[in-house]
Design a protein around this ligand. Structure first.
Ligand code: FES
Length: 159
């Protein structure tokens, strides 16, 4: 964790407990997780008891205490998606990224997750990459999606 980035996030927010969730959102977006030492700093600077900061960090699904990849890829494995080939999608991306659901690639580019339904069964199988939904997914389209994300990272100098 770059301390200077956290300092920038806290600027103008000192002793403002009401800023807690916004600061945690900024941390998650910047570091892709909430580092423990960062949470302690946030508690101290906002004037929020550390136990409350950790409670909030654990409560919301959007926050994670372990490092995530720059990209979050979610494969729906619900019944409707499953019968339309979701297992092949999962196999494809596990092979391409060399991770299992819940894991992050060694280069911290991708975190792979699986869910049991995204609530849009009619357009399945569905995957979500960085909050964007992709419908009627096929193994080939998914492989290309991952490849394009890697390529964009390279162009932006993140990889
Ligand atoms: S089962 Fe995949 S969206 Fe419902």
């Amino acid at each position: 964790m770059e301390l200077s980035k956290l300092e920038a996030m806290l600027e103008g927010r000192e002793s403002q407990p009401g800023q807690l969730i916004e600061v945690l959102q900024d941390m998650q977006a910047t570091f892709h997780y909430l580092p423990e030492e960062g949470l302690r700093t946030v508690a101290e600077r906002l004037g929020v008891p550390p136990i409350e900061v950790f409670r909030v960090a654990n409560f919301y699904k959007a926050f994670t205490l372990v490092p995530r990849g720059r990209h979050l890829l979610t494969v729906c494995m619900g019944t409707a998606c499953h019968v339309r080939g979701a297992l092949r999608l999962l196999d494809t991306v596990e092979g391409q990224l060399n991770v299992s659901p819940g894991e992050t690639t060694a280069d911290r580019a991708f975190t792979l997750e699986r869910v049991n339904c995204l609530g849009c069964c009619a357009i399945g199988p569905v995957v979500v990459l960085d909050d964007v939904y992709y419908d009627h997914m096929t193994p080939g389209k998914l492989r290309r999606l991952v490849t394009v994300a890697y390529k964009q990272d390279k162009e932006e100098g993140d990889a």
